[in-house]
Design a protein around this ligand. Structure first.
Ligand code: S3P
Length: 182
């Protein structure tokens, strides 16, 4: 895909379940659209000086969720960014409001089977520790499905697609919607 020079005046906010490819797609979008990336989990880990798993262990999920909200609020002062959210960022109404202030929200979807493949060898997701099976993933996905859908401006299915295909699809749809303005 040709490299575009910053085609969107707003932020692109990537949401979706764990393992749907948000961070990987963000990198690809960053390159093809010449935009900076804010990977929320990575920023939180860096600032707190520990992994998300350690954070959950030491301070609990609520502490992490509060950091997530504070960071989203902070990021709305920026424009032309790709914001890759943690999978649970849609759980709070306030977060969704923040995402939509300056951004279009792109939902990445994948089947529970694909998610399991992508997360099975990774120990960095506390909510999936001990639950790396299709039924548990399906259940959590179902619980969140409505929230993801309601938060999103566009939905992109990622099963059996390359990162580049996904990227191209996102850019094409957003440009059709009118790339320049929210
Ligand atoms: C979470 C998803 C994770 C991370 C944390 C909680 C969730 O991010 O923020 O472990 O609640 O879905 P990824 O979606 O990038 O794995």
């Amino acid at each position: 895909m040709e490299v575009l020079q910053d085609p969107f005046e707003y932020n692109l906010v990537l949401i979706g379940f764990m393992g749907t490819g948000k961070s990987t797609v963000a990198k690809c979008l960053g390159k093809t659209c010449s935009m900076d990336i804010a990977d929320m989990d990575q920023i939180i880990e860096k600032r707190e000086g520990m992994t998300i798993s350690k954070l959950f262990d030491k301070y609990g999920e609520e502490y992490f969720r509060d950091l997530e909200t504070q960071l989203l609020i902070e990021l709305q002062t920026r424009k032309h960014m790709i914001i890759s959210c943690g999978g649970g960022a849609v759980l709070k109404e306030r977060n969704i409001k923040e995402m939509k202030k300056n951004g279009r929200v792109v939902l990445l979807e994948a089947s529970p089977e694909t998610v399991l493949q992508r997360v099975k060898n990774n120990r960095s997701r506390p909510l999936l520790q001990g639950h790396k099976d299709i039924d548990s993933i399906k259940k959590l996905m179902e619980e969140r499905r409505e929230k993801y859908r309601l938060a999103s401006d566009i939905v992109v299915e990622t099963d059996h697609k390359t990162v580049m295909q996904i990227c191209r699809e996102i850019v094409t749809v957003l440009l059709e919607m009118g790339g320049k303005y929210v």
